[in-house]
Design a protein around this ligand. Sequence first.
Ligand code: COA
Length: 382
Amino acid sequence: MGADMTTFGVHESTLSELFAEAALGAYDDAGVGPDEIDALYFGNAMGGQTENDTHLAPAVASQVGLAGVPCQRYEDACATSANAFKNAVEAVEAGIHDTVLVGGVERCTPETGLGTGEMTRIFASASDRHYEQPTGLTFPGVFALLTKRHMHEHGTTEEQLAHVAVKNHANGTRNPNAHFGKETTVEEVLDSPIVADPFHLMDCCPFSDGASAVIVTSDDRADSFDDPVDVSGVGHATDVVPLSAKPVPHATQAARDAAAQAYEQAGTSADEMAFAEVHDCFTGAEVMASEAIGFFEDGEGGPAAAEGRSSMDGDRPINPSGGLKAKGHPIGATGTAQIVELAEQLRGDTGERQIDGAEKAVAHNLGGDAATTVVSVMEVRG
Ligand code: COA
């Protein structure tokens, strides 16, 4: 596998240029050239709405030396590039392609000419068109509702949520690609303005620009790549839409189903994971994800964050990259950026944020009303 990402934050490049930066980095990382790539599986969720830029896959292919190869664009809200990754892994396993470049790109900051209000409206197009959008519900509200239910059922507190933000900002200071490189405190989080109760500004991920790319290849060919790592399971599940129809909303059932598939394919379990990268678009989302992927029992996710169990030196580290909260969330790039973090950690290449001795790890990426989830398990090459 080759793996690389741009910094997440503010970029002035076009979507194609930004993706090319990550893709060329992935070629270098793997020690392969474009003539060795058979297909491009490309993720972008919102380019049509944000920049009137659609049918991007062939345009991007031309930028990265892949004109002529089969390529397609994936859109799955915030799970866009994880779903592209899943399809690439399946295509390689099925023998359809030998080597696939897969990744994603998004531009969400005011550099697009759009501010927080308009970007929030565009993101909300990934919620239910008939029952949610007419009410004015946007994504901070979607995850606030799920988190409120979790608080009601399990006694999770705003202070426990704040500990998730504090941890992920601390981790982000050790990641040169992170959008935010500054620490925060529980007091700062709780004193920041309310966005959607129970979330304060500092409980939310930011709008970010960025791209990420990985190269997936067959087992036979992997050893000709520099520093390969193994993909041992990729699960993918969907949940009921709209939110109001979910039987147990805060359980995020799709994540449970996708995690069960991924662990089963990999012949492993949550207990063997050295760490997780999870989709912490809001602090409450990390708490729910940490339970859904089996790192903590139901209801333990909040207390575990407050006790430091999910910190770098805890027994179940979560989001050593800084997560979406501090690393940033250019939505179409987020899924494969998690895969980049897993690859670099499993190679022991992440410097001061390294989880020592990591041999297996899991990534959880969700899209929409927690409606689509992809969970991937990777390990040191056996
Ligand atoms: N976390 C930490 N700091 C943040 C931040 C965040 N999420 N968002 C903005 N900031 C900082 C800015 O850097 C800026 O700092 P400065 O004054 O030192 O320069 C300050 O807060 C104000 O930034 P601004 O962009 O004006 O904030 P805003 O009020 O317009 O937007 C949010 C803040 C939280 C509302 C916005 O980031 C948001 O909606 N995030 C959620 C995105 C989302 O829904 N993604 C989809 C998830 S499913």
